[in-house]
Design a protein around this ligand. Sequence first.
Ligand SMILES: [Zn+2]
Length: 432
Amino acid sequence: MTHSPVLAARELRWQTRLFLAGEGGQPLLTATLRAPHALRQEDAFHQAFFACCARLEQALHSAGLEGRLLLETRDAEGPARHYAVADARAAKQAAIRFEETQPGGALLDLDVMDMDAKPLSRADLGLAPRACAVCGARPAAGCIAGRAHDSHQTEAAFRALLPRVEDEAARAARLALLSLLYEVSVTPKPGLVDRADNGAHDDMDFYTFLRSAAAIAPYFARCAALGQQPGIPADALLGRLRPLGLMAEQAMARQTGGVNTHKGLIFSLGILCAAAGRLGEKRDAGALCALAGQIAQPALEDAADASHGARVRQRYGDLGARGEAAAGFPSALAALPVLREAMHKGEGPDRAGARALLALIARVRDTNVLYRAGEEGLTYLQQGANDLLARDIPPEELAAFSRQVAARGISPGGSADLLAVAFFLHLYEGDA
Ligand SMILES: [Zn+2]
């Protein structure tokens, strides 16, 4: 019997669980890959397994159930992770909720033993048996015993689950890049680079922004992965993000010939990506911005910066991008419903983006505008934005206003950054 590696692995796994629960004197949760044997050694399924485990760990942690990793194994049965948990019944309930409701939850088998090494079943909690991953019938055991689905059908059903398992960090990084591309693509924009012209700028165009965005894309993934590391407290994250941000600024400068295309967004979206990595599955823009505000707090105390924003801060008392981040992005959150409602009504990113951008221009004291055009320039810009908003933004008038602002040499870059942040928050809350 032990000549079969699968049977040997199965027996070893059972003995391992008994040992860990019995010796540890603590309830044990074991996560294994739920997939046909033919798929259990494939890399794609292993990656999905570990991404699902990372989510599971966050879910256990935020439910106060501990979830301390005791042992990780890979054998003929596939990968497994064993966790010490605080309460067997609560952990079993959380495990079932995870299996039933989380993206990719169908790829995990979550087994719980109490501190006497006795397994808990769904029936012990008065819950229905698990559904079949192929047809949805309960119990799944009936389909398996009755060989209801052939191997092609079964493998196809499990492969179809893979795209649903995208690691939260990878998702946040993808959405950060997408929000940069959406922002620069919105056309027309007053004074800013868009698909039609370069606004008030003579040192950059649309393609400068595309090169810059491509150069800094890997940075967002690093920020999000840093946020996922549970050992770093929120107020220590900024110090760890800074060297990554400097590297991203250098990568940007190499692609733009030293022009500042995305410095503000390297700061803002880097913090938001770290927050998204930490927040896990929650996907709530308010909670995300509150956590990002905690992460950004130390930036307010750092006075050694000589960017436009800092110089204007001395002159006008405004806090610029740092103040916005440390306050939990109140302006971007205020623009979010404007953007969301327009997009849900079926308006494209050009029209919805223009609405949100004008709302931001009308609201924020844009430090880029103050630095180049002073209070007078800001008043002119804000009056124009309010006027267009009051008349539902006639397209020809928006185009004319955009040209006039550019001709005056005004570029509301701070508001444009906040539009990218609002796009990020909108995408973050959505299903995509
Ligand atoms: Zn079935």
